[in-house]
Design a protein around this ligand. Structure first.
Ligand code: IVH
Length: 693
């Protein structure tokens, strides 16, 4: 480990900066989670969580970073995904911070917000007027005009520092480059850049005709379009803008209210949405929300709520703001969107494990931020329970979620000749009999040779999280399987490149690339291979855990039930499933084939390695930011020496190795009275097997 700087940390040394440490550890966690889900979403196109959950993580990260600027991290996803670093844009410091809004999710929360606001004013002055506006689902920008000329435009960034996107904003036709004659000396206009639904659909139509991938939803497309390096690209995207607020200003006329401000902005030539309204009674604001809820589908842009603002600017000033949001405004979030569309047919898809899942083919409908053409119906019982039938008009919901859902049929619209749908008796891919096992909701195609299953297994095997073989997308898997080039995953390693090079669409370079990618995959570690094999109940973490306890495939081929049961953290159900898989003859043949073809990965952490096993029987949990090595490195060191390093503290933990910002794990250690060690102590421990004197 060489000469490095280690800080000695002992138990109880954390109290002073405890809050910071807690926040810092949550920040670490959020950054890691966001990276993970970003990768699943963008990298692998296989999101695990709904957009709305991701949004919560993202917002929490941005809020904490804004609140604790000293805990900023240059590698945070907020700096790479959201803004500054790794982008070609210069930084812009907002002279007036760009804040967020607090949310209310129902009328009760809204009413208690009003009470709170009025209490805060302590009866000195009653709020007599409110302004309601639409909450546009785009991205906030601040546009700066000096003497009526547009001089700069910036994204929100972290609220304090944003990106300079002037060139790109100049391409938005809604945004005036020059204000009318009476423009003040300085005026920063805040508003939302968005992509209209029709513009979004047209963009996707044109991309489809060019065989380019289509975009998922208008909001993300607007964000991506505004951050283009080349403003010529932005110009082709037809972005729009709504102004709703003022940032820094100098030389503006005296205006008393927000509603009047909107009016003035409109007079200056800025686009201000026509649905903003002023009310003297809060009850009217509630009717406004109800109205908007009904008409939101008729708008040509997406909204995700209504913003309610105190109109009187003097009162706004008096109310002030928290670190995160102004106290004089709140966003009322609208409930998830529902739309009706025609259910064309119900079909069944076959998963890689043979599971037959019914899904609805729909007339494409724009709901919850994207166009939906299919929606899962989960299983036979669900179809029966919902009684949805081909030809029905159905209600579809997406709730900003990843998976669209058919909620129910509109009974009054049911065609007279409609019949209940029946689950097919044979597999649509291989025509073999489908089976619904006793007591299970799922129906299965039991034919291991079913082409859909073969494809599914191969698609999983080559995918990013598994063997990660580049250039082996779904279409190619389809092609290779249908051409008889591969029939099981081992065939990948003896694929006939000569035949491939004769195929249409395969140039010399792409064949070489594919060959190299397959070659590279031979040396993937054992954990990846175990995950790639789709052993029931074995996800990435379990696969890694198993790999840490066996040296190679040879050892696993001879695995005994008690070997698996002895693995700490491997439950009996998983152990049985792994045992069954390895003792199945067909799988044995597959493993032998892989070995014969030179795919025989070793465990990354070989227990027979030369390193002295100083940590046998010792469990060390690692937390916080270490100085000399990453947490991953520390875990590897522990495991190489025969120790264990699970992700959480329990009564079984021997030590907690804590770096900066250890957070909740420190509390856990305190609870279980587990010694907390620093890196110096750790170094001693791994060398000598005990703590320094
Ligand atoms: S006012 C000081 N008005 O919602 C806060 N924001 O969730 C100023 N938004 O960051 C915001 N429509 O990007 C305001 N009519 C509207 C809005 C609006 C959309 C966005 C804005 C803000 C976010 C907060």
């Amino acid at each position: 480990m060489g000469q490095r700087y280690y800080r000695t940390v002992t138990k109880g040394d954390f109290s002073e900066e405890k809050n910071d440490k807690k926040v810092s550890s949550r920040l670490d966690e959020l950054r890691e989670l966001i990276r993970h889900h970003n990768d699943l979403y963008h990298g692998q196109g296989a999101p695990e969580i709904p957009d709305s959950d991701f949004d919560l993580l993202w917002r929490e990260l941005l809020d904490l970073e804004q609140k604790y600027p000293h805990l900023a991290d240059l590698n945070s996803p907020s700096t790479t995904v959201g803004s500054r670093n790794n982008t070609p844009f210069a930084e812009v410091e907002h002279r007036v911070p760009m804040q967020s809004l607090d949310n209310a999710f129902d009328i009760e929360q809204l009413n208690s917000w009003v009470d709170k606001v009025e209490r805060r004013l302590d009866g000195e002055q009653k709020i007599s007027t409110w302004v309601c506006e639409l909450k546009f689902d785009g991205l906030a920008v601040s546009i700066r005009y000096e003497k009526g000329q547009l001089v700069q435009a910036a994204t929100r960034g972290n609220g304090i520092i944003g990106e300079d996107v002037t060139e790109n904003v100049l391409t938005i036709s809604d945004v005036p480059k020059t204000l009318t004659k009476e423009a003040p000396e300085i005026l920063e206009v805040r508003g939302e850049v968005y992509l209209g639904i029709e513009a979004f659909n047209a963009l996707n139509r044109s991309r489809e005709s060019l065989n380019e991938p289509t975009f998922a939803n208008p909001r993300n497309t607007a964000a991506g379009s505004l951050r283009q390096k080349d403003s010529k690209v932005t110009a082709t995207r037809n972005l729009s803008f709504w102004a709703y607020q003022i940032g820094e200003t100098k030389g503006s006329p005296e205006i008393g209210g927000h509603f009047e401000t909107l009016h003035w902005l409109r007079e200056l030539g800025l686009p201000v949405n026509e649905h903003a309204e002023k009310f003297t009674d809060f009850e009217e604001a509630i009717s406004y929300i109800e109205n908007i809820e009904k008409m939101r589908h008729d708008l040509d842009y997406e909204i995700d709520g209504v913003v309610i603002k105190v109109d009187d600017l003097a009162l706004q000033k008096q109310l002030g703001a928290t670190a995160r949001a102004p106290r004089w405004a709140i966003a009322y979030k609208l409930p998830p969107e529902e739309r009706t569309t025609r259910l064309i047919d119900i079909e069944v898809s076959i998963g890689p494990g043979g599971q037959a899942t019914p899904f609805a083919k729909l007339e494409p409908v724009f709901v919850g931020g994207s166009t939906v053409g299919t929606a899962t119906l989960h299983n036979a019982d669900q179809v029966k329970e919902k009684d949805v039938r081909p030809g029905d008009l159905v209600v579809v919901r997406k709730a900003g979620d990843v998976i669209p859902e058919v909620l129910r049929p509109v009974m009054s619209e049911r065609p007279a000749n409609s019949r209940p749908w029946k689950f097919p008796t044979s597999c649509p891919a291989c025509k073999k009999q489908l089976e619904r096992r006793e007591g299970e909701a799922a129906t299965f195609c039991n034919n291991y040779e079913c082409p859909r299953q073969i494809r599914g297994r191969i698609e999983h095997f080559v995918s990013r999280g598994a063997m990660d073989i580049e250039g082996f997308g779904e279409q190619r898997v389809d092609l290779f399987v249908s051409e008889g080039l591969i029939n099981d995953v081992s065939d990948i390693f003896r694929i006939d490149f000569e035949r491939i090079s004769e195929m249409e669409g395969f140039g010399k370079l792409s064949v070489t690339n594919l060959r190299n990618a397959i070659e590279e995959a031979r040396s993937r570690d054992l954990g990846r291979l175990l995950f790639a094999l789709r052993i029931p109940h074995v996800g990435t973490t379990v696969a890694q855990l198993i790999a840490e306890n066996f040296q190679d495939l040879e050892e696993l081929k001879k695995v005994q039930m008690q070997d698996l049961e002895a693995i700490d953290g491997l439950g009996p159900k998983i152990a049985a499933s792994v045992f069954e898989w390895f003792t199945n003859e067909r799988n044995g043949v597959l493993i032998s084939k892989l070995q014969d073809l030179g795919v025989n990965p070793k465990s990354e952490i070989s227990l027979s390695s030369d390193v002295e096993k100083t940590l046998l029987g010792v469990t060390i949990v690692v937390t916080g930011k270490l100085q000399g090595l990453s947490r991953e490195e520390a875990r590897k060191i522990i495991k190489e020496r025969g120790g264990k390093s699970p992700g959480s503290v329990s009564a079984k933990t021997t030590y907690l190795l804590a770096g900066e910002g250890g957070g909740s794990k420190l509390d856990q250690a305190e609870k279980f009275d587990i010694p907390v060690i620093d890196e110096t102590a750790f170094e001693h421990l791994i060398k000598k097997g005990d703590l320094p004197e």
